[in-house]
Design a protein around this ligand. Structure first.
Ligand code: ASP
Length: 327
C-alpha cells in the first residue's frame, strides 16, 4: 500500500547525527530542528511536511534502556492516535539502533503508519558526514511509500527493523541483515495487542566453555523473567553438565522463560540435530530459530511487558509476528 506522506513526525532521540564536540568527546545536543530546516533549504526536490519533537533527555544511544523503548513507543502511539502524523522518522544513535528497531517492531505491532529509523556514523556538519544523506534519504523513502512497519534506512539501504544488526563501527555501511535462516512463510499470527502493562526483565546469557549452574542461578536470583541463551551452533550447550541442566530445569519450573538463539552470525536453532541440543529442549528451552539477539530480546521484552504468562510467551516467541523469523 503506497500512501503519500502528509504529516511526518521527526522524533529526535540523540545520537551522533546531532552530536557536538565537548572536552570529553561527542555528546548529544539539542537545537537540531533549526539545523535540519536550514539544511533542507538547500535540498533538491520535494520533501514531506514535517513536525519535530525531541525526546528528553537526548541520549548517546549507549545509554538506551528498555524504559526508553517504552517512551518512544508511547510517544509514537499517542502522536498517531491524535492524528498528528501519518509517518514517523526516528533519529537515533547507531550503537543500540538495532535493539530499538527490534523492540519497536514488537511494541508497535499493528500501528497503521510506517516508522523509519536512521542515524549517522559522523555528526551532521562534519566533513564527509553521512548524516544528511541518511536523513533526507529516509524522508524520500517514506515519501515514496516504501516503508511498512518498522524499518531502518542507512547508507542508502532499507532494512527490516527486526532483522538488522550493527556489524561495523568504522564504516558507513554499519548495518546489515544477518544471514540467518528464515522459515518458509506459513501465514503470520497476531498475538494479543502488546501494550506494556508491567516491568519486564530479560537477561541475555551467551554460552561459553566454563559456564555452569552458578551463572544460571545467579541470573534467576537477580529477578530475570526470561533468560535468552545464546547457544552454540545449531542450538547446543554443555548437556553433560548435570548441574547446569538441572539449574535450567529448575528455573523453568519457577516460571522463567528459557529462550534460545544461535551465537553464530549465520546460525539458527534446531535442537534435534545433536543430543547436546535435545537436552536443552528437554530442560525447557524454546527455539528462536534464526532470530537475531536484538529481535529475540525485544520480542521477549514486549511479550512479558504485555503481561503474558510463561506458556503464552513461549507460544508467541516461536512464531513469526512481523517477519523476524519468516519471509
Ligand atoms: N555512541 C553513538 C550513539 O549510539 C554512536 C552513533 O550514534 O553513531 O549514540
Amino acid at each position: 500500500m503506497n500512501q503519500s506522506i502528509e504529516r511526518l513526525l521527526v522524533l529526535y532521540t540523540g545520537g551522533t547525527i546531532g552530536m557536538q564536540q565537548s572536552a570529553a568527546g561527542l555528546m548529544p545536543a539539542s537545537g537540531f530542528e533549526a539545523r535540519l530546516r536550514a539544511q533542507q533549504a538547500g535540498e533538491p526536490g520535494p520533501l514531506p511536511e514535517w513536525s519535530f519533537q525531541e525526546l528528553q533527555p537526548l541520549l548517546d544511544s549507549a545509554n538506551m534502556q528498555p524504559g526508553h523503548w517504552l517512551q518512544m513507543a508511547t510517544t509514537i502511539r499517542e502522536a498517531v492516535a491524535q492524528g498528528d502524523c501519518d509517518a514517523v522518522l526516528l533519529l537515533h544513535g547507531t550503537d543500540t539502533l538495532a535493539y530499538s528497531a527490534a523492540a519497536l517492531s514488537f511494541l508497535l505491532l499493528g500501528l497503521p503508519v510506517p516508522v523509519l529509523l536512521t542515524g549517522a556514523m559522523l555528526p551532521a556538519g562534519s566533513e564527509g558526514s553521512d548524516a544528511w544523506p541518511n536523513l533526507f534519504g529516509a524522508m524520500r523513502v517514506l515519501q515514496a511509500g516504501q516503508v511498512h512497519g518498522v524499518q531502518l534506512f542507512f547508507n542508502g539501504t532499507l532494512l527490516h527493523g527486526a532483522r538488522v544488526s550493527k556489524l561495523r563501527s568504522d564504516a558507513f555501511d554499519a548495518f546489515a541483515e544477518a544471514p540467518r535462516q528464515r522459515l518458509a512463510a506459513t501465514g503470520r499470527e497476531c498475538p494479543p495487542a502488546l501494550l506494556p502493562r508491567r516491568p519486564a526483565q530479560v537477561v541475555v546469557l551467551p554460552l561459553y566453555p566454563g559456564i555452569g549452574a552458578a551463572q544460571v542461578q545467579a541470573l534467576v536470583a537477580s529477578g530475570a523473567q526470561a533468560l535468552l541463551l545464546e547457544c552454540y551452533g545449531s542450538g547446543t550447550g554443555p548437556a553433560d553438565d548435570v548441574q547446569f541442566i538441572e539449574a535450567l530445569r529448575h528455573a523453568h519450573r519457577q516460571g522463567v522463560v528459557l529462550a534460545a538463539i544461535s551465537q553464530c552470525p549465520g546460525g539458527h536453532v534446531d535442537f534435534g540435530v545433536y543430543a547436546a541440543g535435545s537436552a536443552l529442549r528437554d530442560a525447557g528451552l524454546v527455539s528462536g530459530g534464526g532470530m537475531t539477539r536484538e529481535a529475540a530480546l525485544g520480542k521477549l521484552f514486549a511479550l512479558l511487558a504485555a503481561g503474558l504468562d510463561q506458556a503464552q510467551v513461549e507460544y508467541w516467541f516461536c512464531r513469526d509476528l512481523c517477519g523476524e523469523m519468516a519471509d
